[in-house]
Design a protein around this ligand. Sequence first.
Ligand code: HSE
Length: 412
Amino acid sequence: MVKIAVMGHGVVGSGVVEVLMKNHEGIERRAKEEIQVKYILDLRDFPDLPYADKFVKDVNIILNDPEVEIVVECMGGVNPAFDFCMNSLKAGKSVVTSNKELVAARGQELLEVAKAKNLNFLFEASVGGGIPIIRPLAQCMAANEIDAVAGILNGTTNFILTKMITENMPFDEALQLAQNLGYAEKNPTADVDGHDACRKICILASLVLGKHVYPNDVYVEGIRNITLEDVRYADKFNAAIKLIGLFKVMPDGKLLINVAPRFVSKTSPLAGVSDVFNAICVIGDATDEVMFYGKGAGKLPTASAVVADVIDCVKHRVARKYLYWAPAEEGMIADYHDEPCSMYLRLCGKSSDELKNIANELCRECIFTEGINPDEIAIITDVATYAEQENIAKKFLARGVNVISAMRTLSR
Ligand code: HSE
């Protein structure tokens, strides 16, 4: 029998206990050992639960108990989760976490200690909730050079955008609905301003690159400024607006990584990913495009990934599961201005004929659509670096044209 402790009895932690109890027999068969929750760490009391006797408030009870071999951290946030995970590893216990903020901020230090002590530090649930993505990237696609990853990594923003697209619902109303349904983080800033997606793309990039990519080094834009007019223009260009976490290896070997809303062509499977669903598209040099799709948030989908990691820990008690990345290196991240992309621009301030003439002068080639208001047009510019695109926008301004909206498109 393997005894584990669960730290945090919130949405994910309670889901982990529920899945372990509900699927007890199958899990034991697959792990080839019985898995028993010995302790649950939480500052709150849950006297009515059938397993109320397992709750403890002092982390040292877990750290000092040699019977506990695996610690499952579902508390969220960097502190005190980092200390609890680090001290668990130092006490000789493998650690499983669903905590993306922790892994993105301090995963390297934890992986280093896990490696030194021949323990597992696993975090499948930290990206994409119930979608298998860490293991496929680290194992199933290990024969590939990964050229690019593009993902819809935040369920809340995808839900909001879906409501805006399909029900013409304004942003604020859609956010309120997402909060009422319990999708958003406690502070929805992390969702709507792109930080949650950033942490997730950083974890995937660190795994692929083999070096820690820190969220603070990544350019991030959220979805707050997207209007229903932008949504309508996207539709006119046969695209849908999605918040995309993206990384690509540039020809000089640097990593281009950012989070931003983009026009995604409806010919891409990512455009059809709706509601709280997440999807991650990985381009390997041998596999070409592979897509992972499913529920990126929620109690049981996330718990499913956590428990799978616990099973993996049990199966890898002697030879640890090899998951590792090295410290970050100076200069490994490309400047976001270097990204080649085409842009959607919404232009006004002159007659539509004048706007078209100016656009034809300033852009090498661009695609037009008629304005949804008089004296307005929208264009998709030709591919150029983001720095060049910013220059084009400045030239429009110098010619008396207002650029009401600008957004990158997603290209392969
Ligand atoms: N707030 C997150 C989301 C939860 O909406 O995707 C899952 O990480």
